[in-house]
Design a protein around this ligand. Structure first.
Ligand code: NAG
Ligand code: NAG
Ligand code: NAG
Length: 566
């Protein structure tokens, strides 16, 4: 019983001790700055406080006095005799202030307060932190070799407490060492004077083609701050797998063009030169990836190739089509032909691909190539043939003139609107333009436009007697004439003044006569009515008398009624 109670007491004491120690608050101060160590977690000072005293745990685990402050005094009494002598003071809230914190200050400090018969001690563990200098990647690799484990660089985060934890990221993703493609070697050194630690980490990395442009960073994780280095990118070397040949020309290639070939290899760094194969000829080109064929001809078309200088199995080919167009047309220039002749037109093309050919005559589109088996005047004109192929245009023209001795196509006469004159019309055909002459002097001469070899000439004549009129057409190649008989217009039945006016007078007289006749008839009807009314009022016998006795008078009245003239 006695031994068990003793054990129990030891156990309880141990628990209490552990509780006491585990409940000791820790405060973190910053390296180089003033550390404020609170008394009793910063609780209000007790009533009747007599004094506050601060002690510390020395390196040999013995207690050392720092200072004591009487409640009624302004100033505290410094008791420390070592390095703390000039660094410690007390705040009005009883906190211990330690100037210029160092790692030496990471120890247990105890505040003791005495009031009435109470004595209380409040221990505080002090930790001092310092963030590391910003992490930096050093000893950077010049370039990374595809598939080869290469030391990419080392990262340093110096002078920290506690030591910073370093990690590496690629494009924001943390790299995890697998000891095969990724190796990370870490080290920590501590400055013997300050006790601050420097972390270093070296990354060995196996790059692939996908690492072109990847951003590598070093991250330093520390309780005070997580810091990241500036990102670094690396040149990744990898061999060429694919060669491609490109024709730079944008448009279809035609004879006379310069054609530029460009060879590209997908390795890094790119090759410094290529072999270009021009037909059967191999041309090595150094320090350039292009080759220009100057002024290609139709025979330049075909397969072109390029390859690596040192590995001809890595190559690419392109075939080039050089477009061309030959156009030969007959006839050409100025062509003079006679009316009725035959003209053979030929247009031959020779081109790289199908040719589009179009014809125009005097800027009007023709549906097909013209065929002239028997030339007419209307065939004359400027003929243009245009052929085009892949941006090449060729044209050719001839100007056809059809000439011929004039001939009269038609000679007609027409009575004019008023009927007193004749309009003669002579239609002639011929080229050059024929001149037209008449055997009589006419008036109102009219000449149509000369077109398609035709011209029409009109004159107005007043034949006072029977006339035979001759139309004669002439050009440099000859002449033609035709006659027409014009019977005389009956001029002697009309006055000398002119047919127009006498005809007008007759009509006027006729109209006046009709009007006067109508007025007279109305007057007579009125008179008869008046007489009839008068007689019927006097008696019916008078009416009968009238019927019997005045029939002759009535006849006379009726004759008057029908007479046109007064
Ligand atoms: C006590 O005072 C000091 C100095 O004025 C200050 O830095 C500290 O924060 C105070 N502590 C508490 C717990 O109020
Ligand atoms: C036409 O008139 C001119 C003068 O005006 C005259 O000399 C000529 O003889 C006339 N010709 C005919 C056919 O009447
Ligand atoms: C005019 O010609 C007509 C026939 O068309 C003929 O009857 C007439 O006699 C001729 N007159 C003269 C004056 O010759």
């Amino acid at each position: 019983m006695g031994s068990s109670s003793y054990l129990l007491r030891v156990f309880i004491t141990a628990v209490m001790f552990m509780q006491a120690h585990s409940s000791i608050p820790t405060i973190v101060g910053l390296y180089g700055e003033t550390i404020a160590v609170p008394c009793n977690n910063g609780e209000a000072q007790p009533d009747g406080l007599m004094f506050t005293k601060w002690k510390y745990m020395k390196d040999d685990n013995t207690a050392g006095d720092l200072l004591v402050k009487q409640a009624h005094k302004e100033e505290a009494t410094i008791q420390a005799s070592d390095g703390y002598r000039d660094r410690v003071s007390i705040a009005p809230n009883s906190s211990l202030l330690i100037a210029k914190g160092t790692l030496e200050d990471q120890r247990l400090f105890t505040c003791m307060q005495v009031w009435g018969s109470n004595v209380k001690e409040y221990p505080v563990q002090v930790a001092v932190h310092k963030r590391p200098s910003p992490p930096q990647i050093k000893d950077k690799a010049q370039e990374l070799e595809n598939g080869k484990l290469t030391t990419l660089g080392s990262c340093l985060a110096s002078d920290a407490n506690p030591v910073a934890v370093l990690s590496w990221t690629k494009d924001g993703q943390t790299l995890v060492a697998d000891d095969k493609t990724i190796k990370i070697t870490e080290d920590v050194t501590t400055d013997p004077t300050t006790g601050l630690s420097t972390a270093s980490s070296t990354l060995d990395y196996t790059a692939g083609k996908g690492d072109v442009g990847s951003q590598f960073s070093c991250v330093a994780t520390h309780p005070l701050e997580v810091q990241e280095s500036a990102p670094e990118t690396f040149t990744v070397h990898y061999p060429t797998e694919k060669v491609s040949l490109q024709v730079i020309n944008k448009d279809a290639i035609k004879e006379g063009d310069d054609v530029t070939l460009k060879c590209h290899a997908d390795g890094n760094p790119p090759p410094t030169g290529f072999n270009f194969y021009l037909k059967d000829q191999k041309v090595p080109v150094l320090n350039d990836d292009t080759y220009t064929l100057q002024g290609v001809t139709r025979t330049s078309g075909g397969e072109y190739k390029c390859s690596l200088l040192d590995d001809e199995s890595k190559h690419d080919t392109q075939s080039i089509i050089v477009h061309f167009l030959d156009l030969s047309v007959s006839p050409s220039g100025k062509v003079l032909k006679n009316f009725g002749d035959t003209l053979v037109v030929t247009a031959e093309t020779n081109a790289s691909v199908d040719v589009q050919v179009s014809w125009t005559k005097d800027n009007q589109k023709l549906m097909k190539q013209p065929v002239f088996t028997k030339l007419i005047y209307a065939d004359a004109g400027l003929y243009v043939v245009e052929a085009s192929v892949a941006g090449i245009k060729q044209n050719h023209s001839f100007e056809l003139d059809v000439q011929g001795k004039p001939s009269i196509k038609d000679l007609t006469e027409e009575t004019s609107f008023d009927g007193n004159s004749k309009v003669l019309s002579c239609e002639a055909e011929g080229s050059p333009e024929p001149s037209v002459q008449w055997s009589v002097n006419g008036t109102n001469e009219k000449r149509s436009l000369y077109s398609n070899g035709k011209v029409t000439h009109k004159i107005t004549v007043v034949p006072s007697k029977n006339l035979t009129v001759l139309c004669t057409v002439t050009n440099s190649l000859g002449d033609d004439s035709r006659a027409i008989f014009l019977p005389s217009v009956n001029v002697e039945t009309h006055t000398e003044e002119g047919t127009d006016r006498s005809n007008g007078n007759d009509q006027a007289k006729l109209i006046v006569g009709i009007v006067v006749g109508l007025i007279l008839a109305a007057a007579i009807v009125g008179l008869i009515y008046w007489l009839y009314m008068k007689n019927s009022r006097q008696g019916s016998w008078k009416t009968r008398e009238k019927e019997m006795g005045t029939s002759e008078e009535e006849k006379k009245l009726e004759e008057n009624n029908h007479k046109p003239d007064v």
